[in-house]
Ligand binder design. Structure first.
Ligand SMILES: [Ca+2]
Ligand SMILES: [Ca+2]
Length: 227
């Protein structure tokens, strides 16, 4: 009888542990980029709004230079394949560690968002619609709340998120400044997406647990009385 009771208690403990574990909020693993780099207009060819070069596997550089002797523009691009989620998300942050930057500060960066395809191409230069802007003043990490954009992609069933970083106001300084370049897969720490999923609702785990314990206790009492 003692062994049976012990087994019952053990079973209840395992059940309680499983329920508590299932109820734990999921820790969002960082989602790393599928592709990152920048697309360039100018630098050896006319800066005319028509992009000329794809520079993947390097830092995610945003630069817009109207200097008369050497005008060119880099638009930083990052694309992520979205991880599958079992329910809606509660939040999404785009975390951008800064690889290098040069003032004069502050300057404003526009962030464009679009449905990506996991590949960096010339068409990404003009991709997206304006999602947000931020003033940059030399910070080592920029974190952007992108919950509504990422949530929308999940709702529409899209697989890739794309971000495009552009200077809001072109610089008239002759060469190489101001600019900001974010970390990439090759020159880290890389930018990443932190998605916080919602745990799927479990039918009242507390109630189920209490009922199980109660039933077990009543059963034990009953058995005890019959002995
Ligand atoms: Ca061009
Ligand atoms: Ca693309």
């Amino acid at each position: 009888m003692k062994r049976r009771r012990l087994r019952g208690i053990l079973l209840l403990s395992v059940l309680a542990f499983l329920m508590l574990a299932a109820n734990e909020p999921l820790i969002a693993a960082p989602t790393m980029p599928t592709v990152d780099g920048f697309v360039r207009d100018g630098l050896g060819s006319p800066k005319d709004g028509v992009p000329d070069d794809v520079i993947a596997g390097t830092t995610v550089q945003a630069l817009d230079n109207l200097g008369v002797s050497f005008p060119f523009e880099d638009r930083g691009i990052i694309e992520f394949e979205l991880p599958s989620l079992s329910g809606p998300l509660t939040g999404a942050d785009l975390v951008l560690p800064v690889f290098s930057a040069m003032g004069p500060y502050p300057f404003t960066i526009d962030v464009f968002t679009y449905t990506g395809d996991g590949v960096l191409s010339l068409s990404d230069f003009n991709a997206g619609s304006l999602y947000t802007s931020f003033a940059y003043s030399g910070e080592s990490v920029v974190t952007l709340d992108v919950t509504s954009f990422i949530g929308g992609l999940y709702t529409s069933g899209d697989d890739y998120a794309g971000f495009n970083f552009q200077f809001a106001v072109p610089s008239t300084i002759a060469l190489n400044g101001p600019y900001v370049s974010f970390g990439s897969l090759e020159h880290g720490p890389a930018a990443y997406l932190a998605i916080t999923p919602t745990v799927e609702p479990i039918p009242a785990p507390g109630a189920v647990l209490l009922t199980s314990i109660g039933a077990g206790f009543v059963g034990w009492l009953r058995r005890r009385r019959t002995l």
